[in-house]
Design a protein around this ligand. Structure first.
Ligand code: NAD
Length: 492
């Protein structure tokens, strides 16, 4: 039995944005066999509602619907698709407060951060709406007598998207807006922890006039749904944001149907502070780069590498700033860190801290007796971290930062690159020679110098090494959903 939770009902201006169904072919859909899963507020463990677990045949029905919709969607002019996407953008903005409330309730992040994510997520819709008008082909100087050569860009086909719970709205729009603008229908499988943001987006897509079958949201047991999506030959592109572990599985499962893959996987960002930096300025920036979304962010500054000459003062400033962070229910005012997504995440964070301490790290902060509930983890700084510790090797996805001192730039580079991940890195220094040296030597897809903020619609987001394949955002983001058709026109 699905009922609107009283918490949500009371808080939304438009309760119709809260949907407890899948959305397939423009219809709100129950599971055929009635199976459901509860979705919880991580702040309170209260059940917010339920989602259906679709049967295999219902996932295939979403592909059938997208196949039919593709014919019409790709045939629209780019400016017609743009109009619908802009209508979607306007509706997302107009319903920002409700979308933020839904997000805070299912994900836990503080309400101001949720509002920020809605704004950020919407910005991709507006940007790609326009970018869809610029999917130019090219004219190629001919090497064949009397021939005209060139390329045309065409939509790749149906695109599936599997998205995580840490950014439940923006990770969908960053993919879907690009695919839709390119002319591809999409099938979204959101994380089961945070499905309601995805379903609210579907409701708004429908209101924006995006036709049935063009934007679908399927729900179910993740491994089973993904298997079907990967094996389905009619799905031509698969875009995934999530862990490297699941990313590897999807590569294997998609091999048989040779799909276009875009994978935004884990990160383990280094944050390098040069000797010329003001330790306080750098420490405040590092706190900001580490604790957003309670550290559940693939861009989180996990391994902070500080020049030995300012290390101790940096640690002092970082610790003071960290101690001032407030931890609590994201719906309350003035909260910096909400809960982690579930209890297992808290246990994983505690194990990473224990491992580091047992191997010689010193723990600052992290008095877990102050945690306001089961799913909360009080922020921790570990000093003296080494490559042997899990906090160095694994993405902790929690409010746990590790710091260590380095002596030379070469040593900092070696430490920073000592990981299987290569998503994002931060550099803090004003020395232009050092900036350029580090920028070139760091094996990362994104490097941010003297700025915590680095992402947004016009720039390519993505990693190297085991942080993934492909880029989202920017002109390269729409290319993930376009095929290049070469033509040779012989003597006509
Ligand atoms: P996850 O890999 O567990 O889940 C991501 C998605 O995959 C969810 O939709 C989930 O339901 C699904 N899934 C889970 N198990 C599956 C399976 N066996 N087969 C197929 N699908 C499965 O990741 P998460 O815990 O939701 O998110 C955290 C991870 O996401 C972190 O590693 C983080 O770095 C990464 N992340 C990366 C980016 C990026 O842009 N690079 C952004 C956000 C998060």
């Amino acid at each position: 039995m699905t009922t609107l939770s009283t918490t949500l009902a009371k808080r939304l201006e438009d309760p119709r944005l809260f949907r407890q169904y899948a959305y397939v072919d423009g219809k709100w859909t129950h599971g055929n066999d009635g199976r459901e899963e509860a979705v919880h507020d991580p702040a309170t463990n209260e059940a917010l509602g339920h989602i259906p677990l679709l049967e295999d045949a219902q996932i295939t029905a979403a592909v059938d619907a997208a196949e039919v919709a593709f014919v019409h969607w790709r045939a629209l002019r780019a400016d017609e698709r743009c109009e619908r996407l802009l209508a979607w953008y306007d509706l997302i903005q107009a319903n920002r407060e409700d979308l933020a409330t839904i997000m805070t309730l299912e994900q836990g992040k503080p309400l101001p951060d949720a509002r920020g994510e809605v704004e950020y997520g919407a910005s991709f819709v507006r940007w790609f709406a326009e970018e869809g008008k610029r999917t130019y082909g090219e004219t190629i100087p001919s090497h064949i007598p009397n021939a005209s050569l060139g390329t045309i860009k065409e939509p790749v086909g149906i695109a599936a998207m599997i998205t995580p719970w840490n950014f439940p709205l923006a990770m969908i729009t960053r993919k879907a807006a690009a695919a839709l603008a390119a002319g591809c229908p999409v099938i979204v499988k959101p994380a089961n922890e945070t499905p309601f943001s995805a379903l609210a987006l579907a409701e708004l897509a429908e209101r924006a006039g995006i036709p049935a079958g063009v934007f679908n949201v399927v729900l179910g047991e993740p491994a089973a749904v993904s298997k079907i999506l990967c094996a389905e030959p009619r799905i031509r592109a698969l875009s995934f944001t999530g862990s490297t572990r699941v990313g590897r599985l999807l590569i294997e499962q998609s091999a048989h149907t040779v799909k276009r893959l875009s994978l935004e996987l884990g990160g383990n960002a280094p944050f390098i502070v040069g000797p010329d930096m003001d330790p306080k300025e750098a420490a405040y920036a590092a706190v900001a780069a580490k604790f957003q979304t309670a550290g559940q962010d693939c861009l989180a500054a996990n391994r902070i590498l500080v020049h030995e000459s300012i290390h101790d003062e940096f640690v002092e400033q970082f610790s003071e700033r960290m101690a001032a962070l407030t931890v609590g229910n994201g719906l309350q005012g003035e909260i910096d860190l909400g809960p982690l997504i579930h209890r297992q995440a808290v246990e994983k964070a505690a194990a990473i801290v224990d491992d580091a301490v047992s191997k010689g790290a010193t723990m600052i902060g992290g008095d877990q007796s102050q945690a306001p509930g089961d799913n909360y983890f009080m922020p921790v700084l570990l000093t003296g971290v080494t490559p042997q510790m899990k906090v160095w090797r694994e993405e902790n996805f929690a409010p746990v930062a590790g710091v260590t001192a380095y002596r030379t730039d070469d040593e900092a580079i070696e430490m920073a690159n000592d990981t299987e991940y290569g998503l994002a890195a931060y550099i803090y220094t004003h020395d232009i020679r050092r900036i350029w040296k580090l920028l070139r030597a760091l094996e990362y897809g994104m490097v941010s110098v003297n700025s915590v903020k680095m992402t947004g619609p016009p720039v390519p987001f993505g990693g190297v090494k085991q942080s993934g394949l492909g880029r989202e955002g920017g002109a390269t983001g729409i290319d993930e959903y376009l095929e290049t058709k070469y033509y040779c026109l012989g003597a006509l």
